[in-house]
Write a protein that binds this ligand. Sequence first.
Ligand SMILES: O=c1ccn([C@@H]2O[C@H](COP(=O)(O)O)[C@@H](O)[C@H]2O)c(=O)[nH]1
Length: 225
Amino acid sequence: MRSPIYVAIDTPDIARAKAIAAKVKNHVGGLKLGLEFFSAHGQAGVREIAAIGLPIFLDLKLHDIPNTVAKAVQALGGLNPAILTVHAAGGRAMMEDAKAAAPVGTKVVAVTVLTSLDGDDLNAIGVTDGDPHAQVERLTRLAMEAGVDGVVCSGNEVAAAKKIWPKGFFVVPGIRPAEGHHGDQKRVMTPRKALDAGASILVIGRPITQAEDPDAAARVIEATL
Ligand SMILES: O=c1ccn([C@@H]2O[C@H](COP(=O)(O)O)[C@@H](O)[C@H]2O)c(=O)[nH]1
């Protein structure tokens, strides 16, 4: 069975991105490319990384009016990403139109509450109950009604999201293999606990990419699953 680990290759340096991808390719399930890489290298860069042969998760977190997002999804369609993200906060019509515009084999997944946000951050942007859990539940229901394939949430909420949407696809970032430095992530969980709670895939960046030996780091994490 394919590993649930998708490595977040967050760098604008294409040589470094290729080197990391080549190192980890035998022990992970896929590669995630996000805004940092895409802003630097666009679709041509994505094709170069896809040539390594692993499924590509294009994490662009699209968030705009429905027509604009649908046209962007259409423009990205030729890349046939395995997974593509939009923001659930863009609303139901935006998610419906994103799904309708995506290629048949692409899972469209909606970001609920970024794992870098906590209750105080939510209060500051007007989510008045300031409760990440409640907001993830609310946006999971909306994403399910909109007909996308699943949601992105932290390991802390994935069990509740799965209860709402048993057939959903759950992407869990904010993965930290051990206690210690979380960087900018505020809602974190270990890989084992996140899988047990219901994650479909685990997104792991710096704990692998910043390791001296990224392949060894991926294998150590895989052994805990
Ligand atoms: O809520 C979210 C949504 C996406 N991400 C992305 O996942 C990786 C996490 O990287 P780490 O280095 O493991 O922290 C990164 O690419 C984010 O853009 C997220 O962290 N949280």
